[in-house]
Design a binder for this molecule. Structure first.
Ligand code: PAN
Ligand code: ZN
Length: 190
């Protein structure tokens, strides 16, 4: 079967795309064990299971040759001194890449390979980030008031391996230091 081409719009002022097939909401409780300051995490969670980020997906068949695309919105905030972030993942098919286009806010993409290379890219509006195959990736919002909004596109057969990061964490963290956001070694890295 041959599909028909389709268009949709992503207004720089609206941030929610005109076509959405799936809306994912991830809350504080979904990131259990991922933030460095567990006491701060527990205290926050006892008050409210806050919404940390959302993803608006355009669905396509999850097979080789197709692409998945959508918008990721990380809300501003911190757990202790660590900025709100996505769970982060490797792609299950490790040899698949991803492209991110930052459309609003400010933040970082924290990345690493299974071999231990690390890279942290600053995201500001207009910036395009190419995440090569093999690099796990996590977006972190460092804006104080604004969301970090990115458009992403990746091969539809990539799949998500969340388990590895849940178990070992990322090697680098983004925290709020005396002079603003700082990238530090993760003291709890396993
Ligand atoms: C993105 C991410 C999105 C949410 O679509 O899935 O930013 O982050 P988590 O999946 O880590 O919760 C992507 O990288 N897809 O492969
Ligand atoms: Zn990905």
């Amino acid at each position: 079967m041959v599909d028909s081409p389709f268009t949709f719009t992503l207004s720089m002022s609206e941030i929610i795309p005109s076509r959405v097939d799936n809306h994912i909401e991830r809350r504080l409780s979904d990131l259990q064990g991922q933030f460095n300051d567990q006491a701060a995490f527990d205290k926050m969670l006892s008050t409210e299971d806050q919404l940390l980020y959302e993803v608006y997906e355009v669905k396509r068949p999850e097979i080789e040759g197709e692409m998945l695309l959508g918008v990721s919105i990380v809300h501003p905030g911190k757990v202790g001194n660590e900025f709100f972030m996505t769970k982060g993942h490797f792609h299950s098919v490790l040899e698949t890449s991803e492209i991110y286009y930052c459309i609003r806010g400010e933040g970082y993409m924290v990345m690493e390979t299974p071999e231990g290379e690390t890279s942290v890219a600053l995201l500001t509006p207009g910036k395009i980030l190419y995440v090569p195959p093999r690099w796990a990736h996590r977006s972190v919002c460092t804006s104080r008031l604004e969301d970090l909004v990115t458009f992403f596109i990746y091969p539809a057969n990539a799949g998500h391996d969340y388990g590895t990061i849940e178990q070992i964490g990322f090697r680098k963290l983004v925290v709020d230091g005396v002079n603003g956001p700082e990238i530090i070694d993760n003291p709890r890295y396993k």
